[in-house]
Every structure is written in structure tokens, then in C-alpha cells.
Design a protein around this ligand. Structure first.
Ligand code: GDP
Ligand code: PGA
Ligand code: MN
Length: 616
């Protein structure tokens, strides 16, 4: 896919206000990376709309972005990636803590000094013929008590554009850094220089990347180095790399939590307000739940965040949370008028689409956007497509990047610097069998056990086999920057500090399947019924029945009015088969054993208790 046209230069070129920083550390770091990667130019991004407009026009002129028909989708673009660069690469993701034991058995560890040397090798000259962009950003509202600053160096203008949507990016952050605020260093290169060491030039391509990829976190020095991929979670280093892998380590050291959680405000018909955060693995329903439109009368859900939450105990002793991001990087397939109309409304314009299909009228389409596909499309790889083609038109992990502020359901106070107080925490996964629709934890400890023992079927969000069941504790398996057993201990410690002010903990599973292989629970807007039960539990208004695995709704506890569910469906949704659960306990024991004596005794006690009650 070599570009046929030579890069066209737009009449305007970027002429940002600044060409350097007065912060000696920042300046020295930018100089050092520029010396290593040898770009043609260095641009300090100011985060202005003008800058975004110039970059997007440049990418369109180079054939790297397609401008969508402004009549349908103003100021919106389609990017098509290299087919080998479509998802996070977990086997190329490294946690390079000084001590191997700190990375734990669930992370790839590499010795930091050796990894630094390896990275010096791959980054040497990696930006030749390209521009190095300095992207300063804030995670969370500027200057907020839970917020943190970062800088990403990147040679990808696509990354700059996405970072401008996903974070609070620009000049003001440099001023804060220059005033002495700490910040996290992140470096990204797509690994496709246009000039080699001998000075020989080569043509650019639509989606430059490298077959060799590295997503490397150095938690002890709060640094990220990413090479070879231009795709979302691998390249937008504010997101999974900083806000989860590095931030989880900051949280461990400073007594707070960085979590793979959506954040919502829930308002009951009586006008009572509750805040709920929920951790589900990638592509298991976070964005959908964060934008849920309740089907039950009188209830309202407002969006605060759809992917990441930072939580910290407040002066009042409660747990407070912010969404550190400013945008959504959502899964497109399955997002449609019937499932998530709020997301569809959010992306009316100013949206970057990646790997979706292009309609003949210059708008976009993906599986699930409408029930009936258009008669003709250009698929995500740029080929003609018709409904008879027998392959998906959009990649299963295709995405939309859009500002949170455009979301019609965004809460008024979604940018409150101190966050919102959390009433309930939900853990979930994608489980065809065994796990009931909803269960409440008996205590914080039991809730931590629930989170620690979540398994989920793999999705297209990461390279690997879709559908394979794997352990994904707290939906953090790919994102915990330190030893997972220490992370559980940290959660127990936070709970101890919260005491009676700790949020209630629940587990959900929207994905249980019936004998015919289809989902039993209708999901989406109907999930509001489960939220209603949780609120009634918080208010002390709903009964629950004690089972070996947690507190379940009583027969008439869940509001099912107007739902077409048979008694058999209901029974299957809540069935707890002791034999399968005992087998699951054996697997949990095996899993815990991997962590040796770092597993908190409280979790072993919870496991023993579940087993005891199952055998009863
Ligand atoms: P995220 O990556 O965790 O934010 O997940 P999304 O909200 O983007 O959802 C991922 C996929 O799961 C999409 O295809 C959704 O349509 C689907 N999904 C989300 N919520 C539900 C639900 O309640 N029931 C079912 N059956 N599918 C869901
Ligand atoms: P998600 O994250 O799959 O959890 O939405 C995006 C990514 O990791 O690329
Ligand atoms: Mn999402």
C-alpha cells in the first residue's frame, strides 16, 4: 500500500508559539529523544483547534486519513490501519520493574537495564524523515487533587489528533510543568523512518508501523516507551500505559486506586443520586453501561467516564473518583440505535473512526450500527464489500475517538476536580456459563475476592484467540503495573481505611447463554433493572438470599415488569451449580498458588468459606 502521490504540503504549516521549554528536565529529555530518534523537525503541540485542523488536513493530503462527508459527519475522519496493527499486543507489553517479583507472574518482565539498551537500539534513527511532536497532557481536570500530568513524544500525527480528544492537551500543561508539577515521561515511535542510516529515502505508506513492537513500562521511574504500533491502546500512552499501568503503581505507593472502570451517576425516581463504578474487561460492556438509557420508568443514568477511573479516599472518609480522560475510544461494532443510541448521538461529528467501513455517500458503517447493511461499502481494508461478501465490513476491534463533552448523557459535574463519591463498585466479565446475572458481596473482603477471581472470555480488543476463557482479575490483567497479589492486598488495605464508609461491591454477568447458545439476558438498557436492585440494596429496601457465592436477588426482588423472560430463562440466569463452582474453586486455588506467599490470607479465607458453603 505505497502511496502513489508524493506528500502534498498544505499552504499552512504548523508554527507553534514555542520551540522550547524553560523546564530544564523537560527540555533535556526532548533533546535527548530527538538526538536518539533523529527527526527532521520538533513541534511543541499547543492543543489548539487550528493545530488539529492543520494536522488532519495534512493527513488527508497524504492519503492517511479520509475526510468523511461533512454533510453527515462534520470534521470527522476515517483511518485504516495496517491489518497487522489492529489491537493491543499483550505479548509485547513489558513491566520493567527493578525487582522481577514486583511485576509478578501475570506480567511480562524484562530486566530494566537490558530493556533500556534494547530500546536505544530500536529507537535509534526511528523518526528520520519525520516530525517529532511533543504532546503535553493532563489526566483529570487541570490542577485537580486526583489529576496527574504527562508528556508524550510521538512521530504520529494520528496519535497527536487522538490525544487531543482523549486528554486535556496543550500549552497550559507546559506552564504547569514549568512551575514545578511532576509529570510522567512517555515516548512513542511508529518505527517507520523515511530515511535509513545511509541517507537512502523510502516512500511513506498509508499506515506506517513496524512488525517488531514494544510496549514498555518502567514503573519505578514512571516512564513508558512504545515502539512499532500506531493503534489505540498501544500508542495513546495516556490511556492504558499511563492511566492504568503506571498510575496503578503510583496508587500503590501513594494509597489510591487506578482502575479499568467506567463511572456513572445514577438517579432514582425519588431523585436520589448514586455514583457507581464498574470494571469489565476490554470489549465487555463498559462504554455501553456508561451511556445506558434505562428501560424502567423514572430512572436516569448520566455518564462520567467509560473506561478508566482514579479513586482516592476523601477528607470525609469516603471513596471519591474521577474519569482521568477527556474522550472515548470506543468499540464500534455492536454500537447502534437499538443498543447504544447515546454513543451514536455522541459521534455526530468531530470524530476519528479507525478501521470501520466507508459508505458510498462518504459516511461510515459497521456491523450493528443498523440492522440492514448498505448494499455496497468499502471495507476496513479498502476493498469493495457487499452483504454477500461473507466477511465483516468493519474490523471487530474498530473504534471511534470522540470528546466526552459531546455525549448527550454526560453529567454536569463530570469534570469536578475532586470527583464524585462512590456508592457501589461492580465487577464483571463475559461468561457463557456459571456466573449469575448479579450477586452482592457480603463484605469488602468478599468483594475483593470476587474481583480477584473474575474470569472472562477473550475479545477482539487484544491479539489472541477470541472466546478463550482466561482469568482477568479486576479486569486489570493486561493493565496492572505490579504484582497482582500485591494489588489485591492494596485493595484490602484501602477497604480497611474506608471502613464502614466503603462502597458496596457487586458482581454482574450480562453474557450468560442458554441451551440454544444465545444470550439469556437482553442486556443494554435492560441492565437498568440490575442497577435498580443494587440501589434498593443500598437503601436497605430489597431482600437478598444468601448463597455460597454471594447475595442474590429474591424470586421477586428483581423488577422484571415488561420483560419477555420465561421461568426457565430466569432459573438459568441465576443457577448456581455446586459441582461447577467447586471445580472453579480448584482453578482459583491453582491460580492463587502462582503468586506464592504474596496472596493475602484474607483471600484464601474467602476461598475456604465459599468451598465450605458449596459442600454444605
Ligand atoms: P468496553 O470495551 O468494555 O467499553 O465494551 P463496549 O461497551 O464497547 O461493548 C463491547 C461489546 O459488547 C459491544 O459489541 C457491545 O454491543 C457488547 N455489549 C455491551 N453491553 C452488552 C450487554 O449488556 N449485553 C450484550 N449481549 N452485549 C453487550
Ligand atoms: P478497551 O481499550 O479495549 O478497554 O476499550 C482500548 C485499547 O486498549 O486499545
Ligand atoms: Mn470502551
Amino acid at each position: 500500500m505505497t502511496l502513489t502521490n508524493p506528500p502534498v504540503h498544505t499552504p499552512e504549516t504548523l508554527s507553534p508559539k514555542r520551540t522550547s521549554s524553560t523546564d530544564p528536565n523537560l527540555q533535556a529529555w526532548v533533546d535527548e529523544i530527538a538526538r536518539l530518534t533523529q527527526p527532521d523537525a520538533v513541534v511543541w503541540c499547543d492543543g489548539s483547534p487550528r493545530e488539529a485542523s492543520i494536522l488532519s488536513r495534512q493527513l488527508v493530503a497524504e492519503g492517511k486519513l479520509i475526510r468523511l462527508n461533512p454533510e453527515w459527519r462534520p470534521n470527522s475522519f476515517l483511518a485504516r490501519t495496517n491489518p497487522k496493527d489492529v489491537a493491543r499486543v499483550e505479548d509485547r507489553t513489558f513491566i520493567c520493574s527493578n525487582d522481577e517479583a514486583d511485576a509478578g507472574p501475570t506480567n511480562n518482565w524484562a530486566e530494566p537495564t537490558a530493556m533500556r539498551e534494547e530500546l536505544q537500539g530500536v529507537f535509534a534513527g526511528s523518526m528520520r524523515g519525520r516530525t517529532l511532536y511533543v504532546v503535553p497532557f493532563s489526566m483529570g481536570p487541570l490542577g485537580g487533587p486526583i489529576s496527574q500530568l504527562g508528556v508524550e513524544i510521538t512521530d504520529s500525527p494520528y496519535v497527536v489528533l487522538n490525544m487531543g480528544i482523549m486528554t486535556r492537551m496543550g500549552e497550559q500543561i507546559l506552564t504547569m510543568i514549568e512551575a514545578g508539577e511532576p509529570w510522567v515521561h512517555t515516548v512513542h515511535s511508529i518505527g517507520y523512518p523515511l530515511v535509513d542510516a545511509q541517507g537512502v529515502k523510502r516512500d511513506d505508506v498509508e499506515w506506517p508501523c513496524n512488525d517488531t513492537k514494544y510496549i514498555v513500562q518502567f514503573p519505578d521511574t514512571r516512564e513508558v516507551w512504545s515502539y512499532g504500533s500506531g493503534y489505540g491502546g498501544n500508542a495513546l500512552l495516556s490511556k492504558k500505559s499511563f492511566a492504568l499501568r503506571i498510575a496503578s503503581v503510583m496508587g500503590r505507593d501513594e494509597g489510591w486506586l487506578a482502575e479499568h472502570m467506567l463511572l456513572i451517576k445514577l438517579i432514582s425516581p425519588e431523585g436520589n443520586v448514586f455514583h457507581v463504578s464498574a470494571a469489565f474487561p476490554s470489549a465487555c460492556g463498559k462504554t455501553n453501561l456508561s451511556m445506558l438509557q434505562p428501560t424502567i420508568p423514572g430512572w436516569k443514568v448520566e455518564t462520567i467516564g467509560d473506561d478508566i477511573a482514579w479513586l482516592r479516599q476523601g477528607e470525609d472518609g469516603r471513596l471519591w473518583a474521577i474519569n482521568p480522560e477527556a474522550g472515548f475510544f470506543g468499540v464500534a461494532p455492536g454500537t447502534g440505535e437499538t443498543t447504544n443510541p447515546t454513543a451514536v448521538a455522541t459521534m455526530w461529528g468531530n470524530t476519528i473512526f479507525t478501521n470501520v467501513a466507508l459508505r458510498d455517500d462518504g459516511d461510515v458503517w459497521w456491523e450493528g450500527l443498523t440492522d440492514t447493511p448498505p448494499a455496497h461499502l468499502i471495507d476496513w481494508q479498502g476493498n469493495d464489500w457487499t452483504p454477500a461478501s461473507g466477511r465483516p465490513a468493519a474490523h471487530p476491534n474498530s473504534r471511534f475517538t470522540v470528546a466526552a463533552a459531546q455525549c448527550p448523557s454526560i453529567a454536569d459535574d463530570w469534570e469536578a476536580a475532586g470527583g464524585v463519591p462512590i456508592d457501589a463498585i461492580i465487577f464483571g466479565g463475559r461468561r457463557a456459563t456459571n456466573v449469575p446475572l448479579v450477586a452482592q458481596a457480603r463484605s469488602w473482603k468478599h468483594g475483593v475476592f470476587m474481583g480477584a477471581t473474575i474470569s472472562s472470555e477473550k475479545t477482539a480488543a487484544a491479539e489472541g484467540t477470541v472466546g478463550e476463557l482466561r482469568r482477568d482479575p479486576f479486569a486489570m490483567l493486561p493493565f496492572c503495573g505490579y504484582n497482582m497479589a500485591d494489588y489485591w492486598a492494596h485493595w484490602l488495605a484501602v477497604g480497611k481505611s474506608l471502613g464502614t464508609k466503603a462502597p458496596a461491591i457487586f458482581q454482574v454477568n450480562w453474557f450468560r447463554k442458554g441451551d440454544d447458545g444465545s444470550f439469556i439476558w437482553p442486556g443494554f438498557g435492560e441492565n437498568s433493572r440490575v442497577l435498580e436492585w443494587m440501589v434498593r440494596r443500598l437503601e436497605g429496601q430489597a431482600e437478598a438470599r444468601d448463597t455460597p457465592i454471594g447475595l442474590l436477588p429474591t424470586v421477586d426482588g428483581l423488577n422484571l415488569e415488561g420483560l419477555d423472560l420465561s421461568d426457565k430463562d430466569l432459573e438459568q440466569l441465576f443457577a448456581i451449580d455446586p459441582a461447577s463452582w467447586l471445580a472453579e474453586c480448584d482453578l482459583t486455588e491453582e491460580y492463587f498458588n502462582k503468586f506464592g506467599d504474596r496472596v493475602p490470607p484474607a483471600l484464601l479465607a474467602e476461598l475456604a468459606s465459599v468451598r465450605y458453603h458449596l459442600k454444605d
